[in-house]
Design a protein around this ligand. Structure first.
Ligand code: PEP
Ligand code: MN
Length: 273
């Protein structure tokens, strides 16, 4: 009896500070923004709007790893000057993906959290390099990675001395093709029960269908994750990447209002920082 209780005592989540915000603390985290940063006006409008609707942190890709080399690859270096300026002017903190170790230094001074994308979860050279920094790192689950491989990938970052690791479940590839991926909420409960790492969920990539994103966001919140990362764009039909799974502002606002009710019910209200 004692043994069983011990085995199932979940480790206490160790929160990670990102800008002024704490992920994995008492409150629930909401990260929102476009799949890719498309221009200064686009970033500023989206960031300010989602922030005013309750998002704690802003997301947005500078470099995009697209399945097709012909697709939009992100603005890259051309966007640095205005991203720096926009974040500073509006006091916003940005989560953005790095796809190459050389990018760490390039964006280190203005990005608040490095995202390691699903396609790079097994890129141990990249993980080791972010491990040499103190910058918070969001590790998305590889779309064909076992939970165990995903947890082990964090050790490449932590071995270097960077303990600021947050996991992100973003859906895995299964036999099912009706949805883009299969959002694996088992993984949330499992990881929370076995590690001290905060875990957030990406319902946008998880299901890949705009109208169904809120349902999976609510299910994720109820599953006990520490937060969500959601794709939002002023005009998803015109988005340069992932428009089909991206909410517009009014859809996001409606989702947040319902999410807040669920969060109150489960005793983990949305953080207001
Ligand atoms: C993204 O967050 O836009 C993204 C590319 O996600 P993933 O790495 O999970 O596919
Ligand atoms: Mn995307």
């Amino acid at each position: 009896m004692k043994q069983t209780e011990k085995e199932f005592t979940a480790p206490k989540t160790r929160p990670v500070q990102v800008g002024k915000h704490l992920i994995g603390g008492e409150n629930f985290t909401l990260i929102a923004g476009p799949c890719s940063i498309e221009s200064q006006e686009h970033l500023e409008l989206t960031a300010k709007t989602v922030r005013s609707m309750g998002a704690n942190l802003i997301r947005g890709g500078i470099w995009k790893l697209r399945t097709s080399a012909e697709s939009f690859q992100g603005l890259g270096q051309d966007s640095f000057h205005f991203i720096r300026e926009t974040l500073k002017k509006n006091d916003l903190s940005l989560v953005s993906e790095i796809t190459d170790p050389r990018q760490i230094e390039e964006i280190h001074d203005f990005v608040d959290m490095f995202q390691i994308g699903s396609r790079n979860m097994h890129n141990y050279a990249l993980l080791k390099e972010v491990g040499k920094t103190k910058k918070p790192v969001l590790i998305k689950r590889g779309f064909a990675a076992l939970i165990d491989e995903w947890i082990k990938s964090t050790e490449y970052v932590r071995q270097g001395g960077n303990e600021n690791v947050v996991l992100c479940e973003r859906g895995i590839r299964t036999f099912e093709t009706a949805t883009r991926n299969t959002l694996d909420l088992n993984a949330v409960a499992y990881v929370k029960s076995r590690t001290h790492l905060p875990v957030i969920v990406d319902p946008s990539h998880g299901i890949g269908i705009r109208s169904l994103v809120p349902s999976m966001a609510f299910a994720a919140a109820a599953s006990g994750c520490d937060g969500l990362i959601v794709e939002v764009h002023p005009n998803p039909e015109k988005a340069l990447s992932d428009g089909q799974q991206t909410l517009n502002f009014s859809e996001f606002e409606t989702m947040v209002k319902q999410l807040e009710k669920i969060l109150v019910a489960i005793g983990r209200p949305l953080d207001k920082t």
